[in-house]
Design a protein around this ligand. Structure first.
Ligand SMILES: NC(=O)c1ccc[n+]([C@@H]2O[C@H](COP(=O)([O-])OP(=O)(O)OC[C@H]3O[C@@H](n4cnc5c(N)ncnc54)[C@H](O)[C@@H]3O)[C@@H](O)[C@H]2O)c1
Length: 189
């Protein structure tokens, strides 16, 4: 049986990944690590994860990704990671740049370091738009990056992932999502 960790799995994208893993027919063990951060509705996160509680194969760890001891305990037996944790908010990052830095950059580096001592076979990092000011359209991957403080923190995380593959052989991919549609009827954003 394969064990998967979804960080930030209580929100829209992570909870859909969990739903798919639990119903894929492959009997995955699934761990969700999420601190139910209040930037978006914690009540909605509870609603997203509640249907998974009936599965013996599902475990919810309600804690912070920056807690190294907890991470090492949580990673035991995990082979695949979907890293969806983020401290969002381009506008709020302008007023408080340390918040996204601590979660997105330091939190990801913390996770990557813990992963090196584990059995992880593949690491998928959720990234975001890091391009910033729009100089021309359409968007392509060659455009120069001029990110906000939020974007800088996401860019750092992406580069930490690259470095961990190049230097330490950790297989990973970063996916830059652009405004994923939220079809929850009770969307509280
Ligand atoms: N939804 C979109 O349109 C969109 C667009 C671009 C990128 N993304 C990225 O995709 C990923 C998933 O997006 P989403 O909208 O499902 O979720 P999200 O970005 O709203 O939040 C992810 C989860 O991370 C958790 N979290 C925050 N800080 C934490 C910490 N320190 N420790 C543990 N958990 C913490 C939150 O409680 C939340 O449930 C994120 O990385 C996000 O930035 C999403």
């Amino acid at each position: 049986m394969t064990k998967c960790l979804i960080t930030g799995g209580a929100e829209f994208i992570g909870s859909h990944i969990i739903e798919n893993l639990l119903n894929s027919g492959h009997e995955h063990d699934v761990v969700c690590l999420d601190n139910f951060d209040a930037y978006y509705s914690p009540r909605l996160k509870g609603k997203n994860t509640e249907p998974f509680m009936k599965y013996d194969r599902f475990k919810l760890v309600k804690d912070d990704i920056r807690d190294e001891v907890l991470l090492n305990q949580t990673l035991v037996g995990v082979e695949y990671i979907f890293h969806e944790v983020a401290q969002d908010g381009v506008r709020t990052s302008v007023e408080a740049p340390m918040n996204p830095y601590e979660v997105n950059a330091t939190g990801t580096l913390n996770l990557l370091e813990s992963v090196l001592d584990s059995d992880i076979r593949k690491f998928r990092n959720a990234s975001s738009s890091v391009y910033g000011r729009v100089e021309y359209l359409l968007f392509d991957e060659d455009r120069p990056e001029q990110p906000s403080p939020y974007g800088v923190s996401r860019l750092l995380a992406k580069h930490y992932c690259r470095v961990f593959e190049e230097l330490y052989g950790l297989k990973n991919v970063s996916l830059s999502y652009f405004t994923v549609c939220n079809l929850h009827e009770s969307c509280e954003r």
